[in-house]
Design a binder for this molecule. Sequence first.
Ligand SMILES: [Zn+2]
Ligand SMILES: [Zn+2]
Length: 451
Amino acid sequence: MAPTPADLRKAINEAIQAARDDLRKVSLSIHEKPELAWDEHHAHDVLTEYMERQSGFVVTKHAYDLPTAWTAVFTSSASSKEGEKVPVVGFNSEMDALKGIGHACGHNLIAIAGCAAAIGVARTLEHFQLPGKVVLIGTPAEEQGGGKAALLDRGAYDEFEACLMLHPGTSGGGKHGAGNMTSAALIAMEVTYNGAPAHAGGAPEKGRNALDAAVLAYQGISVLRQQLPKDAKVHGVFSGEDKWSPNVIPDEAKLLYGVRSTTLTSLAEVVPRVLRCFAGGALSSNTSYSIKRGHLYHEVRPAKGLSDAFKDFVEAEYGDDYRFLERVETGASTDFGNVCFKCPSLHPMFFLPDATPEEHPHSASYTKAAAEESAHEAAIRAASALSYAGLQVLLDPSLRKRMWAEWEEDMKVAQGDKALAVLDKVLPASKEGEGGKPGSFCAFDKCACGH
Ligand SMILES: [Zn+2]
Ligand SMILES: [Zn+2]
C-alpha cells in the first residue's frame, strides 16, 4: 500500500531528527570559520565529509570545475530496479559569508538545511522502497559572483524537475514560521575611468582627471534617482584610492555599482539610463572608460505547486504555532532567481524566533543570531517541510505536470529572454575565464567612439 502523506511526514521527521545534532556541529563549524565567495574551502570540506558519511550518497568534491562547488547524489535502490529514468529533485546549500561580519546572512543554516532536506528525501524513498533521485548541490558565491549562474551554465540543473532551498530571514517575534520571499533582479558592474596623470599644481592642464569622471557619474546617478521607478535601486562606491594623491591628477578611478529592480524586465529599462550617467562622467572629463559586467541575478519566482506542498507540511506538523506567508517582500537579490528561470523552484525564507528586530540579514548582529540553537531549530523545521515538498515532486506525477504548466505560463509573464537580450545589447556579459574581460559600451546611438 502506498504511504499516506502522514507516513511520509513521519519518515522525513525521523530521518532529519536523527541528523539534527550532527548538522548543528556542521553549522557551527562553518559559522566559526566564515569564508567569502568562491573561497568556501572549509565549508566545502566539512559539508562533503558529512555527506560522505550518509549512506547511499555519492559525493563529488570540486564539482563542475569550480573549486568550492560539490554535489551529493542519492538514487534510491527502487530506482535501479525499475531500470528507467526516474524523476530528479534538486536542493541547494549555500556557504559563503560577508566581508568583516562573518555569517551575517546565515548561510551556515542554509548549508545544513540543504543537507537535511536531501537526507529526509533519501531516507524516506528507501524506507518505502520508492524510486527517485535527489541531487544536493553545494553552491558557492551567492553574496557576490553568482555561483549558481556558473553552475547553470555548466548544466548542473539540467535534469531537475524542481529545485528548492531555504534562507533564514528576520525575527519571527517569538514564533517559528516561513514565507516565500521575493527578491529583486540585480546586475553588478565595475566601471573603470582612465585619464592622464599630471602635477596638480605644476601642470594640471596636462591632466585628464579620472576621479572627476567617477564623481560626475556618481552625481549623475544621484540626480537620476528621483526619476526612477520606486522599486529601482542604484547603489555604488568609489574604488582606487590607493592610487590617488592630492597633488597628482588621478589617471584611474573605478566605480563599483549594483542596479536592482523588481524584475529582469524592469531592470532592463533602468540599466541603460544608469549607463548614460557613466558615459556622461567620461564625456565631461575627457576621459575614457570601460565597464565590466558582474553577476546578473534574476528575480525569484516561487512555484505555487511547491509552495503548496511546503504549506501542507507545516500546517499538518506545526499547526497554528507556525506562521506561513505566501509572500515576504525583500529588496535583496539572489542567484537562486536564475534557477527559477530554469525549472520550477522554491526559496522560502524562515524566520528566527529569538532574533530581535535589529538582527536582520547583513547586519553585524545577525551573525550571532545565525548561531543560536533556536535558529538551528528553525532551519530544521523549515528543512523538513522543504524535504516533503521535494519528495512530493518525486512521488506525484500530477504535481510535476501542474508545476511545469504553471512554470511555462509564468515564464511567458516574466519575459526573461527579452530582458536578457536588452541587457546583453547594452552591456555585454564578461566572458568567463578571461579574468572578467570588460564589455565595452557606448551609451549613445550615434557617437564618435566607433561602436
Ligand atoms: Zn546575503
Ligand atoms: Zn544570503
